[in-house]
Design a protein around this ligand. Structure first.
Ligand code: ZN
Length: 63
């Protein structure tokens, strides 16, 4: 099964990083930014029928 990713963005204006999280990993969780450890929110979901990995910029959440 193909791994689905979500794009998350950091709430911290001074940081502003975005990162990708495996959808199953992020499920039901409230993740924090891996760069500054502030709150982050999911901003985009990958469509199972489309390959959006090239459109999603960022790096994988290291968990
Ligand atoms: Zn951050």
């Amino acid at each position: 099964m193909k791994q689905l990713l979500e794009k998350w963005e950091c709430f911290n204006d001074l940081c502003g990083h975005s990162f990708l999280v495996d959808k199953e990993t992020a499920k039901g969780k409230h993740l924090t930014c891996p760069f500054c450890e502030q709150n982050a929110e999911a901003v985009a979901h990958q469509n199972p029928d489309a390959d959006l990995e090239t459109q999603l910029e960022g790096c994988l959440y290291p968990y």
